[in-house]
Design a protein around this ligand. Structure first.
Ligand SMILES: Nc1ncnc2c1ncn2[C@@H]1O[C@H](COP(=O)(O)OP(=O)(O)OP(=O)(O)O)[C@@H](O)[C@H]1O
Ligand SMILES: [Mg+2]
Length: 318
């Protein structure tokens, strides 16, 4: 029986991974050391052309668990055994991990892995079929006011004739502001200053570049003073200069101890600069640990094999 206490690294060499194929289920705890996490989905033999390890059929039966947060660290987000299916299709299965206060986590995984579905569940936009999600100890319906959300750029109606200040204040009020008070304008300007966007405060959203739009949405999310920030591919579709500026901003947020964040990205530079930990999701948690652990060549190869998609993490762009 293969078992790995939390905080210890499981065996993961190619030959060991091979040896575990078809063996007993994993009893490793991904969250607290007390819960049972089912084995990662068994995949068939694959040859990925990724190096020597990939040339052999590899079947991984355990998630990779690196150094996990201390069990007693207060949690801003706790996800336990979350499952979701759409019709016959299982999209999330026994997803279990947690986020301590102030930690910056990157959520990675190939297309269709269930990342956005998980974000929607955290935001209360869909309900999991199984499992629980708590935000600062509260159920999602009560805890979601503590969450700031930066949506994917494509989700925004770019023809909307609003200014960044109006967008920020509308989000704070929960309705469209007919008149903006001085204190609201001051707060909005302070947030735009934080994201380097004061010069566009009164522009029309539809005239902004991709990078400027994302700065406004980051300011909008920060204005609610969130305990947890959720960023869904904020550098996607943004040009190189704008992308670097957003990554700088996220790295700053990562260095702050008061805001926790989940960043969904395929951008390796963003992960390397911002991530304190990484969760690699493919329907279930395939890997969870420090980026330094996951990014070592051997682990990354193992993760890519596990995902069956070696394009999932790219060096350049999203
Ligand atoms: N409302 C829905 N009804 C049916 N299937 C859905 C629904 N939402 C998502 N799916 C399916 O669930 C799977 C996971 O989708 P999801 O958007 O969560 O993946 P993702 O990891 O965010 O992928 P990407 O990297 O492409 O954004 C996909 O196969 C998708 O088609
Ligand atoms: Mg998605």
């Amino acid at each position: 029986m293969s078992s790995t206490p939390p905080g210890e690294r499981p065996r993961l060499s190619g030959s060991e991974a091979n040896e575990t194929g078809g063996s007993e289920p994993n009893e490793t705890s991904a969250a607290s050391g007390t819960e049972s996490v089912p084995p990662a989905e068994r995949s068939g033999p694959r040859s990925m052309g990724l190096g020597p390890a990939s040339r052999k059929p590899v079947v991984r039966t355990t998630p990779f668990l690196g150094t996990l947060p201390p069990d007693d660290a207060p949690r801003v987000l706790d996800i336990r055994n979350v499952g979701k299916r759409f019709g016959d299709k299982v999209v999330l299965e026994n997803v279990t991990f947690h986020l301590p206060i102030g930690e910056f986590l990157c959520l990675c995984g190939p297309n269709g892995a269930g990342k956005s579905t998980l974000l929607k569940a955290i935001l209360g936009l869909i309900h999991p079929d199984t499992g629980t999600i708590t935000i600062s100890g509260l159920p999602v319906e009560k805890g979601r006011s503590k969450v700031g959300y930066v949506p994917q750029r494509k989700a925004f109606d770019r023809d909307f004739p609003a200014s960044p200040i109006e967008v920020i204040v509308a989000n704070l009020r929960g309705r469209w502001p007919l008149r903006i008070r001085d204190d609201e304008r001051e707060l909005a300007m302070a947030m735009l200053e934080r994201t380097g966007a004061t010069d566009i405060a009164n522009s029309r959203m539809r005239d902004l570049s991709g990078g400027e739009t994302q700065r406004v949405f980051l300011a909008r999310a920060l204005a609610t003073k969130p305990e947890l920030l959720i960023l869904d591919e904020p550098t996607a579709g943004v040009d190189v200069g704008g992308r670097a500026a957003i990554i700088d901003l996220m790295a700053e947020i990562s260095a702050s101890d008061s805001i926790a964040a989940i960043l969904v990205t395929h951008n390796l530079q963003a992960i390397a600069r911002c991530a304190e930990r990484v969760v690699y999701l493919e329907k279930t948690v395939k890997a969870w640990g420090l980026w330094s652990e996951l990014s070592s060549e051997r682990e990354l190869t193992a993760i890519q094999i596990a995902s069956g998609d070696h394009q999932a993490i790219q060096l350049d762009g999203d």
